[in-house]
Design a protein around this ligand. Sequence first.
Ligand code: CUA
Length: 318
Amino acid sequence: MQSALDPRGPVAADIATLWWVLLAGATLIYALTMGLLLYAVFRRHDRRIHLREGLLIVGGGLVFPTVTLIALLIYATDIGRRIVAGSDRPALQIEVTAHQWWWEVHYPGYEDDLPVTTANELYLPLDVPVEVTLRSDDVIHSFWIPALGGKLDAIPGRVSVLRFTAGEPGVYRGQCAEFCGAQHARMAFQVVAQSPLEFAGWRRARSLDAPSPPREGSPASNGRQAFIDHDCAECHRVRGAIAGSGEGDRLTGLRGPDLTHVAARSALGARTLPYSRENVARWIRHNQQLKPGNRMPDFSELPEETARSIADFLDTLQ
Ligand code: CUA
């Protein structure tokens, strides 16, 4: 679901109302202008109405636009102020970092909640205000969940904050909304709004380390070894399963998405492909065909069997 005209939260609803008001106003004024134009073209030339035309110019050309534009400005500014201020209730903090071409998503630890790092997905509790702290790692991107809120640019070297609330349970689509290179279109993410209880469960599950290493000699265990041998951990972290793959709770120094719970995600490559074991193997060997120019090298020289065993290993990371 990706439509700004089908709002599922208060901020998106405000923005949708503003859009309808502006559209209605613009349509009315356009109709009025066209009506006057037709009148001017087809009226009979009659010098006696000169005085009324003078009034028309002052009234229609000066007073009317001034009053209309001031009224719309006040209305739009008020909505803008409300959106920027957010709610007075405590907000869930989420740190989002835009990369060419994927989204790093980090929930900082808070009280009893451990930190969670994931990619290209946002889980949100219903009716809880959310504050997304947005950064960019490279170029200008723009974070946009049309059904839930406004769009905000991620500008290198700057920190911006976007506030919104999910008002209805559902699965929504978010998309980078600023051209950021060849794969700008394949920079999407999924947003899941669920009850606070379900959200707490999700958060707990994702904060855990990866499941214990697979049984020695199994395909997944061979895959884990191949993951290490082919330096996958240079760019990807699998917290708790691969020694030395990015300790600490941030991705600092790592270039690719955290894979600690990759098998629980619904898509690969910022929604380039649906998640499946087959698609993981395909992605490893042919990602430059699937998403040309992305930062991950193609491992096409890797035997298909090895790619499959790495996929077997990643598939254990629920
Ligand atoms: Cu990132 Cu467009």
